[in-house]
Structure formats: structure tokens, C-alpha cells
Design a protein around this ligand. Structure first.
Ligand SMILES: Nc1ncnc2c1ncn2[C@@H]1O[C@H](COP(=O)(O)OP(=O)(O)OP(=O)(O)O)[C@@H](O)[C@H]1O
Ligand SMILES: [Mg+2]
Length: 240
């Protein structure tokens, strides 16, 4: 499988001059295309910071982050904006849809930034709203949609640019359990059927249970990774 994210000993320190907080402390992370991974850990363990670093929303103090072989820590601010637009899809805890735009316009906006023509935009919008099962809400503003529906639009928006992967920071945190489960169904289907790569942080055990790989952070360090456990088992099996 192809590598999409390759982070080498990345660290992020807040307040280095006063009381330093090692929000992310020497993390190595390797993610392959098609993975469906949960990032878990107690509040303050560094999940959001790590997702922001990988998504190029923030720069690490140390280390390199290769996305499809390109080191994003070396890109200029403008190149990074362009790189994010074409390579990374974001889903946030609070949906972050633009309130004055309709659901359709929220999704279309990203494709307009990418200079995709109208015909292609219309086709993609049709396909995306079918996938999130909201074809009847295309022209509604976010305030007319439930939290679960808004988050599904946010997933469509993240997918619109055909990114290499999707980062989602606690995407179900503001959803009731039925909407959360419905969102997971959609993410899971996109992952299985279209090989979309997801890395999402969560506190929710039901969401964790649906991940195929679970990475646990404590105090900015990775303390366990089910992918490594299974590799170790395979190694152990081979020795027998
Ligand atoms: N802008 C900032 N300035 C200073 N410290 C920060 C900043 N952002 C985060 N931190 C600190 O970095 C550490 C990691 O925070 P982060 O938000 O990444 O944790 P988290 O795992 O996402 O937590 P939660 O589960 O509550 O969302 C915490 O100790 C936090 O207080
Ligand atoms: Mg967080």
C-alpha cells in the first residue's frame, strides 16, 4: 500500500520561554492509503495539535512531515495553502460551515477555489450529496440542518477536492448517538468502497470500536498503536 503520511520525530512545544508544554513530543507516524484510524487519548494529550501539524495548519518545532513524499514543513506559507487545498480534507468538531451559503455552495466553494469547471462541479456535487444522503437539502442553509446533517455536508466538503486523506478532529463530539453512528456509516462506506483514508480523533468508545487502527496518545507521545501490535504478532508468528 502507498504511504500517505510519514511524520518523523515531530514535536510541538507551547510556551517554550515560560512553562513549556510538550503538546506533541517526538511522534513518529506512518499512515497508508486506505487506512481508517482513530487517534485517542485523554483531554490535553495532543490529539488536536497532532492533527493540526499533519494538516499543515500549524508547524512543528522539530521533525518532518511528508505527505505523499512532499515535506510540508519546508513549504512557504502560500505553497502550504495551495497544498492543503489540493491534498487534505478537514472535518471539524463544530462543523464550520459558512452560514450564509447553502449546503451545495459550501461544498462547491472548495471546487471553485480549485478552478474546477461548472459541469464537473455539478457532477461531483450530485455524486457527493448522494453519498451523504442529503440530495433533498442541497439548497438549505446550515441553520436549517440538524447537527448530523451539517456534519455530513462537512464530510462532502472535505471530499470535494478529492484529497489524499481526511483529517477529522472529534467529528462526532457534537452529535447525538444516532447521528454519530450515521456519520460513521458514511465514513466507513467511503473508506471501504472508495478507499478514502481517514484519521480522526475521538473520545467516543463507539467510534473507537469502528476504527480499524487505534493510536493512543498520552502527554504528547504515542503509547500504543494497534498497527504495531499486529505487526509484532505477525513477527512473533513467523518465529514460531
Ligand atoms: N495555543 C496553545 N497555547 C498553549 N498551550 C496549548 C495551546 N494549544 C494546546 N495547548 C496545550 O497543549 C496540550 C495538548 O492540547 P491539545 O488541544 O492538542 O489536546 P487534545 O488531546 O486535543 O485535547 P482534547 O481531547 O481536550 O481536545 C495541552 O496541554 C494544551 O493545554
Ligand atoms: Mg482536541
Amino acid at each position: 500500500m502507498d504511504t500517505v503520511i510519514d511524520a518523523h520525530n515531530i514535536s510541538k512545544v507551547y510556551n517554550p520561554e515560560t512553562i513549556p508544554v510538550y503538546a506533541v513530543n517526538n511522534v513518529h507516524l506512518h499512515l497508508k492509503k486506505g487506512e481508517f484510524t482513530a487517534l485517542v487519548g485523554p483531554s490535553g494529550s495532543g490529539k488536536t495539535t497532532l492533527l493540526n501539524l499533519i494538516g499543515g495548519l500549524d508547524k512543528p518545532d522539530e521533525g518532518n512531515i511528508l505527505i505523499n513524499g512532499i515535506d510540508i514543513t519546508k513549504l512557504s506559507a502560500n505553497d502550504l495553502i495551495d497544498f492543503r487545498l489540493h491534498n487534505i480534507g478537514f472535518v471539524f468538531q463544530s462543523f464550520n460551515l459558512i452560514p450564509v451559503l447553502t449546503a451545495k455552495e459550501n461544498v462547491e466553494f472548495i471546487m471553485q477555489l480549485q478552478r474546477i469547471n461548472k459541469k464537473q462541479r455539478d457532477e461531483r456535487i450530485k455524486q457527493l450529496f448522494k453519498e451523504i444522503d442529503l440530495e433533498d437539502k442541497l439548497n438549505e442553509r446550515p441553520s436549517k440542518l440538524s447537527g448530523g446533517q451539517q456534519q455530513r455536508v462537512a464530510v462532502a466538503r472535505a471530499l470535494a477536492s478529492k484529497p489524499k486523506f481526511i483529517l477529522a478532529d472529534e467529528p462526532t463530539a457534537n452529535l447525538d448517538s444516532k447521528s454519530a453512528s450515521n456519520l460513521l456509516d458514511i465514513m466507513d462506506k467511503l473508506n471501504r468502497e472508495e478507499n478514502i483514508t481517514f484519521l480522526f480523533s475521538t473520545h467516543d468508545q463507539r467510534v473507537i470500536d469502528r476504527a480499524r487502527r487505534v493510536i493512543t496518545l498520552v502527554d504528547g507521545r504515542i503509547v500504543s498503536d494497534t498497527a504495531e501490535v499486529s505487526t509484532k504478532h505477525e513477527d512473533a508468528d513467523m518465529k514460531h
